[in-house]
Write a protein that binds this ligand. Structure first.
Ligand code: GAP
Length: 600
């Protein structure tokens, strides 16, 4: 992270604490790594984001319904989903300081350390060349404090002499990564190149898988028979309750089930403020669609993705690729509606080797955080992986009956059905699939049954909160009434998600008529939006306080409002706009409508 980005991040973190957005969990006890609390402003911000997501994903649509499931579920859910066996990150332990390091984040963590930055200053910029004498001096001096367990620090002469030998034999470090490994290695012949601990420079163990699920026990006895897990994603409850939702609601494929709730992951190295936490909130939609084979049987063809295809209105002939693109488009529009336009977003189409075990395609929507461009949301095409796993492990039938499919296949002759099976067999995705298995699958389709396929837009609420705060944070130089320049800190949050929508001020707090009128205005708005009444300090200071928490509008009740300067401006107030700092005079009677037009 550049110095500038680091400073910006520090300012955001400091503002979040100062103005009650985000606090460290259990701070008075020294905090707990990876856990965060949201203060009064943060709680409002998160609630607004949650509400906009729910509104957009469920209430604005007639094809999505909601779910609110328990956090702890039957443990077999997590065996079926693959989490017990595969939900792990590679972890190394430092043999010296015993700290844990997520191996695939090793290089990113190294880059953040003072000792690696200090060593980097000794290397000729843009090359991998250095003076061994400089490193020796560093190992005997500065290094002692910064990386006490690095071989170069513990045994500088030996480490540098064999490094010089290796370089002379043409086997020196090929790049910066290798240079740090050389500096961590004392006895090459015995240990091979050692990977240094980012924290102290000591030797890291080889990576081993570490399961990220938090384990607990239900009931009073702690045994292997009553293990349970805090859910690592909200998605599985949706799959497990799929049939209940289908049977109890008037929904038909294609349709979605949305859920917002807490998820827990015992992250090895929680990093970057709230970005990677151990407890966080997810907002997930599982959107169930017909398998492409069913679409083909009903409509004779399947619409696949092609550049420029119209994604505005779903079509019954869409295959999974079109639905996948559609949801990427929908989610992009949603982000724009909360102030995250395409200028701050990016997209990463995962390569086949990056895909999770359940996914046939995944797009990550990325946000340009100060610490780097990182994932905000993943949109995965999960096929029928989850439903078929839960069907297998629970023994319960999760297939749906599709009347249109049945009607279409009833018209097929035996010859046409055989042709269909032949085509499936030829185009089979997996060479292991036998003709018999394909026939069983096709027979079900001919009877109108299938397991729906799934497109899953999965967003993290905490990451989204951090993203909108980072995008909104701004500092600008302004001149006050006396012509003095000062720095104005302002959160340019979209009015829809701003914690406070409007602040109401009486010009002076010692004039009861002004106070009474301001309180009246406050009361008239409070039932409709989150407002804040403030009478303390100069008006300019009150504006600045609201700017810092992103309040888009401030209303001031002055002598004109109460008719002291004549009847023309009676019952009008000044409305001040956060971003432009422009003020306008408007009748109190029009205030609510004006504000609502901006915040809804
Ligand atoms: N059901 C799919 C799923 O859980 P994921 O990519 O692991 O996919 C989805 O998580 C989203 O949840 C991420 O894009 C991110 O926004 C959020 N998320 C995941 N792990 C997180 C963590 N440790 N801290 C904060 N947010 C996290």
């Amino acid at each position: 992270m550049s110095k500038e980005a680091q400073q910006r991040m520090e300012k955001i973190v400091s503002l979040c604490k100062r103005r009650g957005f985000i606090f460290q969990s259990s701070e008075i006890y020294g905090g707990l790594n990876g856990f965060w609390d949201y203060g009064p402003m943060g709680a409002e911000l998160k609630r607004n984001l949650r509400d906009t997501w729910w509104q957009t994903m469920t209430r604005d649509r007639d094809d999505v319904v909601g779910l609110d499931a328990s956090i702890i579920m039957h443990p077999t859910v997590w065996t079926a989903s693959g989490h017990v066996d595969t939900f792990s990150d590679p972890m190394s332990t430092c043999k010296h300081c015993k700290k844990l390091v997520r191996s695939d984040q090793w290089w990113a963590m190294m880059a953040e350390q003072k000792w690696t930055q200090s060593v980097a200053e000794l290397v000729e910029s843009g090359t991998n060349r250095f003076q061994p004498a400089d490193l020796l001096k560093w190992g005997k001096g500065k290094g002692k404090q910064l990386a006490p367990n690095l071989a170069l620090v513990r045994n500088p002469d030996v480490t540098i002499s064999w490094l010089a030998e290796e370089i002379e034999k043409g086997r020196g470090p090929a790049d910066a990564t290798e240079l740090y490994k050389f500096l961590a290695t004392e006895q090459m012949a015995i240990t091979g190149l050692v990977t240094p601990c980012p924290h102290c420079g000591g030797e890291l163990t080889a990576p081993r898988p570490f399961n990220l699920m938090f384990r607990s026990h239900y009931g009073p006895v702690e045994s292997e028979d009553n293990i349970c897990y805090l859910r690592p994603e909200t998605a599985q409850a949706i799959f497990v309750q799929f049939k209940n939702v289908l049977d109890s609601s008037r929904v038909k494929v294609p349709f979605g089930i949305a859920q917002i709730g807490k998820a827990f992951r015992n992250e090895i190295t929680p990093r970057n403020y709230t970005f990677r936490s151990r407890e966080f909130e997810q907002m997930e939609l599982e959107f169930f669609i017909r398998p492409d084979d069913a679409v083909r049987l009903i409509h004779g063809h399947v619409e696949k993705w092609r550049d420029g295809a119209d994604l505005s209105a779903p079509s019954p002939t869409w295959g999974w690729e079109m639905w996948h693109r559609y949801w990427v488009d929908q989610r992009t529009k949603y982000y724009d509606s909360v102030g995250l336009g395409t200028d701050v977003l990016d997209y990463h189409w995962q390569k086949p080797e990056e895909l999770a075990h359940y996914a046939r395609a995944t797009v990550d929507i990325l946000f340009k955080f100060p610490f780097g461009t990182e994932e905000l949301e993943g949109i995965a095409a999960r096929g029928d992986f989850d439903l078929s796993q839960h069907q297998k492990f629970s023994g319960k039938q999760l297939e749906v009956f599709d009347e249109e499919l049945k009607a279409a296949t009833d018209k097929l002759s035996d010859e046409q059905k055989k042709e269909f099976i032949d085509e499936l067999f030829e185009g089979r995705k997996c060479a292991d699939t036998t003709r018999e298995e394909i026939s069983v699958y096709a027979d079900k389709l001919f009877k109108g049954f299938y397991l729906p396929h799934v497109i899953e837009p999965s967003a993290g609420l905490d990451r989204m909160a951090l993203a909108v705060l980072a995008a909104a944070f701004d500092e600008e130089t302004v001149t006050d009434e006396k012509g003095k320049a000062e720095t104005r800190t302002v959160l340019r949050l979209h009015p829809r998600i701003a914690p406070v929508k409007c602040a109401i001020f009486p010009l002076l707090k010692n004039r009861p008529e002004l106070v009474a009128k301001a309180r009246e205005v406050e009361a008239s708005l409070r039932r409709h939006m989150n407002v804040f009444y403030d009478e303390a300090g100069a008006i300019g200071r009150r504006y600045r306080r609201q700017d810092e928490i992103g309040t888009p509008f401030c209303v001031t009740v002055d002598f004109d409002t109460i008719g002291e300067n004549g009847p023309e401006k009676l019952d009008t107030v000044t409305l001040r706009h956060r971003d432009s700092m422009q003020q306008e005079r408007i009748p109190i009677a029009e205030l609510r409508a004006r504000l609502e037009a901006a915040i809804l």
